[in-house]
Design a protein around this ligand. Structure first.
Ligand code: C5J
Length: 230
């Protein structure tokens, strides 16, 4: 009953087995998305990221309803910053750095209010939450083991930011043999130009890193699949 499902996408149709696909939700954290938080303190317009929330909530709901695993990630560091390379900590000249006190606790520190996922997209009990010290979700994490355990081969990739943690993760996944579809209205950037070009880069050259489709196309395919709710 679990035949391959197909999603209209660029550069070509994306085919997946509903038994071996997961939804990856990258870094939808308060520090990046809340007005007054770390992202805004860097001079960014968080409204550009917040456009992602509603379509992503609908996609997460569709994944849950069809029994597709939802895996969340959070970028952040241990309170003593021992997992934060100096090159990351000291780069640039921000008004606030990782580990500094911010509006929502110490910035990007595990356990702080701002480090956690926004209320609208809060993980359900039992969903995997990957804490990652880097931009990519594979580096320094258990993600590869989680995907192997659940026989996942395809990833629907969402979250923020398109050109940083989404791109890095898609590239890592691509090199590990996963087929990635990036959901265009469920990824966001503080920079409209990076959003546009970032998506184009994924699907360029015949899909050099993967596929791109919007959430209505993905939800349509998920809800027409026969995957039993788990
Ligand atoms: C950044 C991320 N932009 N999640 N993190 O530093 O993309």
């Amino acid at each position: 009953m679990n035949a391959l499902q197909h999603i209209p996408a660029v550069p070509a149709e994306f085919s997946f087995d509903p038994r071996s696909i997961a939804l990856l939700v990258i870094d939808m954290q308060r520090d990046f998305l809340l007005p007054g938080g770390f992202g805004e303190s860097l001079g960014n317009d968080v409204d550009l990221l917040r456009t992602v929330i509603d379509p992503l909530a609908a996609l997460i709901a569709a994944a849950r309803a069809t029994g597709i695993p939802v895996i969340h990630t959070r970028e952040g560091h241990l309170p003593d910053l021992s997992d934060c390379p100096p090159a990351k900590l000291l780069r640039g000249n921000p008004s606030q750095r990782i580990g500094d006190p911010g509006a929502f606790g110490r910035i990007l520190i595990r356990g702080e209010y701002g480090h956690d996922i926004i209320d609208e997209l809060a993980p359900l009990a039992g969903e995997v939450v990957i804490d990652k010290p880097g931009k990519g979700a594979f580096y320094g994490t258990e993600l590869a083991e989680v995907l192997e355990r659940d026989s996942i081969r395809s990833l629907l990739v969402t979250g923020v930011t398109t050109e940083v943690c989404v791109h890095t993760t898609v590239r890592e996944a691509n090199d590990r043999g996963y087929e990635c579809l990036v959901v265009s209205d469920c990824v966001g950037s503080y920079f409209p130009e990076f959003q546009r070009v970032g998506l184009e880069m994924i699907a360029a050259q015949g899909g050099i890193f993967g596929w791109v489709a919007d959430s209505p196309a993905v939800i349509g395919a998920l809800t027409s699949s026969n995957t039993p709710a788990q």
